[in-house]
Design a protein around this ligand. Structure first.
Ligand SMILES: [Zn+2]
Length: 151
């Protein structure tokens, strides 16, 4: 590898990888990319899985590899860090807004309907389409929606 690549370039690259379950947000938005650094020209990316056993995680890792190799980056190492455990607090407010716009109630102890903000909601299923999300129904506007579980 001859071209100079900075960590900024790597972060920008990682930001283009969407979460496989919620395409509106990237893996960087989710906070699973913990660190990007170069040690003697060797790139090291540290990632933390969201919910343990989340099947999307191995897919995300494969996506990182695919994006790096597409860009001609071959001297990389991907470390998986389990401590500290991932928490929804690692998502910033901009990400929560993105979730809401795609019809998903962001992580919160007080679940509100992403359409009408009503807190008159009921759980339909603790496990929606994925283990990370619960399916709710709004009792005011009657729209069903997903809530990204707070952990
Ligand atoms: Zn509603």
């Amino acid at each position: 590898m001859v071209k100079e690549i900075s960590t900024t370039v790597i972060w920008e690259l990682l930001k283009t990888i969407p979460d496989p379950e919620i395409p509106a947000v990237s893996i960087v938005d989710l906070g699973i990319v913990r660190n990007v650094e170069f040690n003697n020209n060797q790139l090291k990316i540290t990632i933390t899985p969201t919910y343990s056993g989340c099947p999307a995680f191995s897919f995300m890792k494969e996506e990182i590899v695919r994006h790096l190799e597409t860009d001609g980056i071959t001297n990389y190492q991907i470390d998986i860090s389990l401590a500290p455990p991932w928490t929804t607090d690692w998502m910033n407010d901009a990400v929560k807004t993105k979730l809401k716009k795609s019809g998903i109630a962001p992580p919160s102890l007080e679940v509100a309907c992403p359409q009408c903000e009503s807190q008159q909601v009921e759980v339909i299923s603790e496990f929606g389409s994925t283990a990370c999300k619960a399916l709710y129904k709004c009792l005011d506007c009657l729209e069903p929606f997903h809530h990204f579980k707070q952990i």
